[in-house]
Design a binder for this molecule. Structure first.
Ligand SMILES: [Zn+2]
Length: 85
């Protein structure tokens, strides 16, 4: 954990994780007999997780820019402001 993160290249790694994860989710949902609304909820939760994962790595999930350069009006990070209970 000593070396500084190479942020410029990090996004490619994040996107690779994202695409692999999305493929897994798709296969999983294909095989499942969940109701449609359940699948939607599942995808919502997954997207939230991905958004948080991107944010934790310094990137915006919506525009794939560094959070510093993100110009999104509605950040896709509803859970980012969670308070420590
Ligand atoms: Zn953004």
């Amino acid at each position: 954990m000593n070396q500084p993160p190479r942020r410029e290249n990090r996004i490619f790694e994040l996107l690779r994780v994202y695409h692999r994860s999305r493929e897994n989710i798709r296969v999983l949902l294909d095989m499942s007999d969940m109701a449609l609304y359940e699948k939607m909820g599942f995808i919502d939760a997954w997207q939230e997780e991905m958004a948080e994962f991107f944010a934790q790595n310094g990137y915006c999930f919506a525009c794939n820019r560094l959070l510093d350069r993100c110009g999104c009006e509605e950040p896709l990070r509803p859970r980012a402001q969670r308070t420590s209970a």
